[in-house]
Design a protein around this ligand. Structure first.
Ligand code: C2G
Length: 129
C-alpha cells in the first residue's frame, strides 16, 4: 500500500487543486491531505475565505482524497509522514526544494502547478466586479 501525503490551504477549491489531487492520487493507493488550520493560515499570512472545517469537508469530498487532517504548524510533517506511513510527500512546484529535507523519511515529489488559476487571483477578480 503506497501512501501519498500533501498539505495546503485549499481555500476557494479550484481546478488547480483538483488537478493536483488527481495527479497525486495516481502516485499511490491512498492520498492523505493536511489542511492548514485557521491559526496556521494566520502564521502563513493567509486569510482564507472558508474556515478550516469547511475547507476540510470540501477536500474530503473530493473523490481523489482518502483522508484529511489539520496542519497546525511547519514542523509536524516528519511526524505526520511516520504516523500515516507515507511513502511519498508531494506538493506543487511553487514549493520546489522547500521540503527536500523530508527525503530522509520518504520520497519527495514536486508536480507542476496548474497555471493561471489561484485563490488569490479568484479573490482579486471577484473584488474587481
Ligand atoms: N496548486 C496547484 N496549482 C494551482 C494552485 C495550487 O498545483 N494553480 C497546488 C499548490 O502547489 C499546493 C496545493 O495546490 O501544492 C495547495 O495550494 P494552496 O492551497 O495554495 O496551499 P499553500 O498555501 O501552498 O500551503 O505546508 C505546506 C502549505 O500548507 C502549503
Amino acid at each position: 500500500m503506497k501512501v501519498v501525503i500533501t498539505y495546503g490551504t485549499f481555500d476557494l477549491f479550484h481546478v488547480g487543486h483538483v488537478r493536483l489531487l488527481k495527479r497525486l492520487s495516481k502516485l499511490g493507493d491512498k492520498l492523505i491531505v493536511g489542511i492548514s488550520s485557521d491559526s496556521f493560515n494566520e502564521l502563513k499570512g493567509k486569510e482564507s475565505f472558508f474556515s478550516y472545517k469547511e475547507r476540510a469537508e470540501i477536500v474530503k469530498s473530493c473523490r481523489f482524497v482518502d483522508e484529511v487532517f489539520p496542519e497546525n504548524n511547519w514542523e509536524q510533517k516528519e511526524q505526520d509522514i511516520v504516523k500515516y506511513g507515507a511513502n511519498i510527500f508531494a506538493m506543487g512546484n511553487d514549493w520546489h526544494g522547500k521540503f527536500d529535507h523530508l527525503n530522509e523519511v520518504c520520497d519527495v515529489v514536486y508536480l507542476k502547478r496548474t497555471e493561471h488559476v489561484s485563490t488569490t487571483e479568484i479573490k482579486k477578480k471577484l473584488s474587481a466586479t
